[in-house]
Ligand binder design. Structure first.
Ligand SMILES: [Zn+2]
Length: 207
């Protein structure tokens, strides 16, 4: 084990939650459970919302905004950005932005996350995002919360250890729909704080 002295006493962590149609069978109530857990712990997070999801679940989208979480754009259909034409990217990003604004009243710019992270190293994709007023936000380590059979305790351990290894400014990728994420989040927040983490929104890193 590394020396504790290498870790800062306090470090900031941004929980980022890709909020989208379910990728596998899961309890449809999970997004609401995540919001309840964050509210109960007074923990801020950053939600990258798929446009199609915002249109399907406007009440939940509105609550994300009402609860004070940061809102970003996660495209409309969740297609890999690097497989779309220039016009396809403009349509997907713009249509998602419109759906998010209608549901939440919040402009998601400049926050964008490429579905699957695909295109985040592609100069064409990044230039188009910039033209549309966005910058892509990646994540710092894999939690694999979307994987079948992921264990809640193991997920918490991955997140806490990953954030401690990174020090200040870790961006954790979670998803809105997996059962394990909803099950793990309350204790994950407790464990992160016990390890010295301050939970913040992505825009707090710039401050
Ligand atoms: Zn996604």
């Amino acid at each position: 084990m590394k020396s504790l002295g290498k870790f800062p006493d306090r470090f900031r962590v941004a929980l980022t939650i890709d909020t989208e149609q379910r990728g596998r069978p899961a309890d449809p109530d999970n997004p609401r459970r995540l919001l309840e857990a964050l509210a109960a712990a007074a923990a801020p997070a950053s939600f990258f919302i798929q446009g199609r999801w915002a249109g399907a679940y406007p009440d939940l989208a509105r609550r994300i905004a009402a609860d004070g979480h940061l809102i970003g754009n996660h495209s409309y259909y969740h297609a890999p950005m690097n497989l779309l034409t220039d016009e396809g990217i403009r349509n997907s990003v713009g249509r998602a932005e419109e759906a998010i604004v209608v549901a939440t009243g919040v402009d998601p710019r400049p926050w964008f996350r490429c579905p699957y992270g695909e295109g985040e190293d592609d100069a064409r994709v990044l230039a188009l995002l910039a033209e549309l007023g966005y910058r892509n936000v990646t994540w710092d380590f894999e939690t694999d919360d979307w994987q079948t059979g992921r264990d809640a305790g193991a997920l918490i351990e991955t997140v806490v250890q990953g954030c401690r290894d990174l020090g200040d400014g870790a961006r954790v990728l979670l998803h809105s729909w997996p059962d394990v994420t909803a099950a793990a989040l309350p204790e994950m927040i407790v464990c992160l704080r016990a390890a010295g983490a301050e939970l913040v929104r992505l825009n707090d890193f710039a401050a």
